[in-house]
Design a protein around this ligand. Structure first.
Ligand code: PLP
Length: 384
């Protein structure tokens, strides 16, 4: 049976050229980059080379890049570090559709006494900019708004958001874990102060990420100890994975336009094919402003988990945003925030492609999905 991986927003295959580049740093060049001797110095040079490659993806200075352990760490460090630096009078503004890596630290700050606002989205998953503008009138704030949503692929208008936050004198962090490597993110023209990204979403291994911190941003380091990363993140650097991240970012930068064009064409073929062959299906999220690799489709009147189970039987890996809480399957907080009707919210499936997705992969899903939907609908209590 054919195996088809369409869960690339969960994690991606490590690119072969990335594996090749990192291996010598596990076998041969295993020194500590902080060591003064020749063995350490040799390794430190490669860490700096990787930093320059990462910086080039965002068009920023290498000195503004801090390596971290994952996207979650970057989000936590950005939000907590900015809140610490501005003090408890600062307000925190975020959105209801953020990843838990942003929502959880914001909610912790709320427990600690900070005023925290979570902005809503409309039915297409787009941010309520008027509500953001209103919040910005209320004094100094840390704003954390994602660049692209992991479940729907919806892209927020970051240029407009950044201009609004900067005009109001706020500090802006963006979780770009899903956008990095898929969209051109030119931080020389878009004035975000901090940006989080993660290796395993762009064909580097799990366990490495990064945080862009613009020079002179008010921010306090979170992980304290040694002087690594210029005092911004203590702990001996994960050299092989940092080298891997550098190569993955370079590959993303060089091939982004072509990869995006290919993925969007395959994504559209998948979406149009499924909408044509499966009755009562609908796409969730802004159809225009979204990532080229993501499609979130609701198959009404059936459970997403049941669809996933049958798809998995046919060799297809996809995802649903549902969380199993207290024995019942709750639609994801993102789908709920968009107000997707109950009968559609429960049957939402995320297909996420990568540069390795092929036309044959899409053909396999298009062939296997209609009978699955038909079979589950026949069992559905919601279908007359
Ligand atoms: N932010 C977003 C939007 C994500 O999609 C994810 C992972 O799914 C994260 C943050 C967390 O990244 P990591 O898995 O590297 O901790």
């Amino acid at each position: 049976m054919r195996n088809v991986y369409l869960d690339n927003n969960a994690t991606t295959q490590v690119a072969p050229e990335v594996v090749e580049a990192m291996m010598p740093f596990l076998t041969e060049f295993w020194g500590n980059p902080s060591s003064m001797h020749w063995f350490g110095g040799q390794v430190a040079r490669h860490v700096e080379e990787a930093r320059a490659r990462v910086a080039a993806l965002f068009n920023v200075s290498p000195s503004e890049i801090v390596f971290t352990g994952c996207g979650t760490e970057s989000d936590n460090a950005a939000i907590r570090g900015a809140a610490d630096a501005l003090g408890p009078q600062a307000r925190i503004v975020t959105t209801r559709v953020e990843h838990p890596a942003v929502l959880a630290p914001c909610r912790r700050l709320k427990e600690m006494g900070y005023a925290v606002t979570e902005l809503g989205v409309d039915a297409s998953g787009q941010l309520d900019l008027a509500a953001l503008r209103k919040e910005l009138r209320n004094g100094p704030c840390v704003v954390s708004v994602m660049w692209a949503n992991n479940e729907t692929g919806v892209v927020f208008p970051m240029e407009e958001i950044a201009a609004m936050v900067k005009r109001a004198g706020g500090l802006l962090h963006t979780d770009a874990v899903q956008a990095a490597g898929k969209l051109p993110l030119d931080l020389s023209t878009i004035p975000v102060d901090m940006l989080s990204f993660s290796g395993h979403k762009l064909h580097a291994p799990k366990g490495v990420g990064g945080l862009f911190i613009r020079r002179q941003t008010k921010w306090t380091p979170w992980l304290l100890g040694g002087h690594q990363e210029n005092g911004r993140r203590a702990g001996t650097e994960n050299v092989p994975y940092i080298v891997a991240l550098g190569v993955a970012c370079e590959q993303a930068r060089l091939h982004m336009a072509e990869d995006a064009r290919r993925m969007a064409a395959l994504r559209d073929k998948l979406e149009q094919g499924l909408l044509a062959s499966c009755p009562d299906a609908r796409v969730n999220g802004d159809p225009v402003h979204r990532l080229p690799n993501t499609s979130n489709i609701s198959f009404q009147y059936i459970e997403g988990e049941a669809i996933l189970y049958h798809l998995s039987d046919m060799g297809v890996a996809a995802s649903s945003g549902s969380a199993c809480t207290s024995g019942s399957l709750e639609p994801s907080h993102v789908i709920r925030a968009m107000g997707v009707p109950f009968t559609a919210a429960h049957g939402s499936i995320r297909f996420s492609l990568s540069r390795y997705t092929t036309d044959e992969d899409i053909g396999h899903v298009l062939k296997n999905m209609p009978p699955i939907v038909e079979k589950l609908r026949a069992l559905s209590p919601f279908v007359g």
